[in-house]
Design a protein around this ligand. Structure first.
Ligand SMILES: [Mg+2]
Length: 291
């Protein structure tokens, strides 16, 4: 199907199929550790899985084999962009379909890669905007010295851009989290608690900013996103169609939007469900030869 439109250079035939993109968070959205995959039911009914990440010579993260097959199809057609809070080094450990090809976003949006090459200008522009926020050292000192995070095991900085702390989850009360969030907000920082990891990130370092940039560069008509944490909320807001799993930080806060679908399943099966739903939309809207 085609439509005729007129431009300054005269009438052109434009394919009516749309350019579609599936931009998705990774941890606890597409890939799952043994502790986060929330398998239920008898062991012999568990889905076949593939290893998505090896760390220190041991398998660490997984997806279902079916999710991988569908993701391969999306990646082969250039429709999939991984978006993660992981640093580049942590991201590079993950073996995803389409690895090293097309766009990828790491470091919570501070790093934009194309065909595995980091876009230095993008990172520079983010670093420039981060200067409007309180310095990383001030927040790090607050978390580790002045008002140490309860149950803090260790604190790390990610590419000198943001901070993440490994914590004893039971030690983090709702009151403490609200207090820290308010303290950070006053300094242009945001807070996210995911499993045993507590993230503090400058507001300009966002997945949605990087995904909006990719959408612009690729000339995307329809954006589909998926994510499970507060750091994914902006990316879900940005999308035309969004998915989140029925588990995780956003689920715990009851995050709902008219264009957002919550999975029926939880855990690693929810990951497969979201890829399947994204693929159904992509196939319907992108057409067979449009990408
Ligand atoms: Mg996640």
């Amino acid at each position: 199907m085609s439509t005729l439109s007129t431009t300054a250079s005269g009438p052109t035939v434009r394919d009516s199929s749309q350019r579609v993109l599936f931009a998705s968070d990774l941890d606890r959205t597409l890939i799952y550790s043994a502790n986060s995959m929330l398998l239920a039911g008898p062991d012999d009914a568990a889905p076949p899985m593939v290893v998505a990440e090896v760390y220190k010579s041991a398998p660490l993260s997984f997806m279902t084999r079916r999710a991988e097959t569908m993701l391969k199809d999306l990646a082969r057609r250039g429709l999939f962009v991984p978006v993660t809070t992981r640093t580049r080094e942590q991201f590079n450990r993950i073996s995803l379909p389409g690895r090293g090809k097309g766009y990828a976003v790491s470091t919570n949006g501070a790093v934009l890669m194309r065909d595995g090459v980091t876009d230095a200008a993008w990172t520079a522009s983010i670093r420039s905007r981060v200067r409007e926020c309180a310095p990383l050292a001030e927040v790090f000192t607050h978390l580790t010295v002045d008002h140490p995070v309860p149950g803090l095991v260790r604190a790390r900085t990610a590419e000198d851009i943001f901070i993440y702390c490994l914590v004893e989850r039971a030690s983090i009360s709702a009151d403490y989290l609200a207090e820290l969030t308010a303290w950070c907000e006053q300094r242009g920082w945001t807070v996210s608690l995911q499993g045993r990891k507590l993230y503090c990130v400058p507001v300009p370092v966002s997945k949605e900013a990087a995904v909006a940039e990719v959408r612009e560069r690729m000339g995307i008509d329809l954006l589909i996103t998926a994510g499970d944490s507060l750091l994914d909320a902006g990316m879900l807001e940005l999308a035309d169609i969004a998915f989140r799993p029925a588990h995780g930080e956003l689920h715990d806060t009851g995050f709902e939007r008219p264009h957002l679908t919550v999975t029926e399943a939880q855990g690693i099966i929810a990951g497969e469900e979201m890829v399947g739903r994204a693929m159904t939309h992509a196939r319907r809207l992108a057409g067979s030869g449009a990408v």
